[in-house]
Design a protein around this ligand. Structure first.
Ligand SMILES: Nc1ncnc2c1ncn2[C@@H]1O[C@H](COP(=O)(O)OP(=O)(O)OP(=O)(O)O)[C@@H](O)[C@H]1O
Length: 288
């Protein structure tokens, strides 16, 4: 299902990344690499430090310790410089310009790649017509790619939820990244939308963009990723091919959870189901 390249070069290299907030160590000495042509998954329970780690990679936070390099160069701890270097991201909570059109949202994403900058792109200042046309063409290409071209003139806020998430991805791609970081791209999606997102991520990878993705939907991660790293309480617990990680007992215990003491066993569950079935048939009888 997934393909692995034989000549992988390191795109992202995070080494010994630690992030402390006062007395709380949210991320502790995490090493992670992403190679060209790879889709890498980052999973872990709520509060494990996944988003904090992303924020350390993208310059939103300056790690307390450790370094992050992109294609061999240490990244400056400023989000716009990280984007300029070639890393784009989406956020756990959708961050679109709700009152701008779909196309305008993607044009905003292009401003790090155009000389004329954000305001020229939005205000259409004279003298930049050609660059603007090129930007529009590229933005439309990305809308075709993500399946949103027919809605280019719609306001972002009027898109259904799944398409808003796609638009975030289109906007991130507009900065022409070499690495895309996705923070819970399928949160709130129905199974069809999740499946479509899976296809979209494969297509992004096939365009030569490496992907690092945080997600709680384990099936999505296991279908998609060449490699998966598991964070638990800020530390990397396990890393390896999806099928190995999925079967690892420590992961099952830490991430998927073990039955808690006093949890109902099979017999109790059967009793509950029988009682529910009985209640249901009584209600139906009443209704007749
Ligand atoms: N800016 C901050 N200041 C203080 N503590 C923070 C800050 N950001 C995150 N934390 C704490 O760091 C820990 C890791 O949080 P983080 O959001 O990175 O986890 P997560 O794995 O992304 O969780 P989720 O799956 O719920 O999104 C949590 O205990 C959180 O409360």
């Amino acid at each position: 299902m997934t393909t692995t390249t034989t000549t992988t070069t390191t795109v992202l290299d995070a080494s010994g990344v630690t992030m402390r907030f006062g007395g709380l160590t949210a991320v502790r000495s995490v090493d992670l690499t992403v190679g060209s042509g790879e889709i890498v998954g980052l999973i872990g329970p709520n509060g494990a430090g996944k988003t904090t780690f992303f924020n350390c990679l993208t310059g939103l936070y300056i790690p307390t310790e450790g370094t992050v390099t992109y294609k061999g160069t240490v990244l400056p701890p400023k989000p716009h410089l990280v984007t300029q270097a070639g890393i784009a991201r989406t956020f756990q909570n959708i961050r679109l310009f709700a009152n701008m059109t779909v196309l305008e949202n993607v044009l905003v994403g292009r401003h790090t790649r155009t000389k004329e900058g954000l305001w020229s792109a939005l205000l259409r200042l004279p003298g930049f017509k050609k660059a603007e046309e090129e930007s529009r063409d590229r933005a439309m290409e990305l809308l075709e790619f993500t399946g949103l071209a027919a809605k280019a003139d719609h306001l972002a806020r009027n898109l259904p939820y799944g398409e808003q998430r796609k638009l975030e991805i289109a906007r991130a791609l507009a900065s022409e990244p070499g690495l895309l970081l996705l923070d819970e791209p399928t949160a709130g999606m129905n199974p069809q939308e999740t499946r479509a997102t899976e296809e979209l991520v494969f297509a992004i990878r096939d365009k030569g963009i490496a992907v690092l993705v945080i997600e709680h939907d384990i099936r999505f991660i296991m279908n998609l990723c060449d490699r998966v790293a598991v964070l638990v309480q800020g530390e990397k617990l396990v890393e390896g091919p999806a099928e190995v990680v999925q079967a690892d007992e420590r992961v099952i215990a830490a991430y998927l959870g073990t039955p808690f003491e006093g949890a109902p066993g099979k017999e109790e569950l059967a009793e509950v189901e029988a009682a529910e079935a009985e209640a249901h048939s009584t209600t139906e009888g009443d209704a007749k």
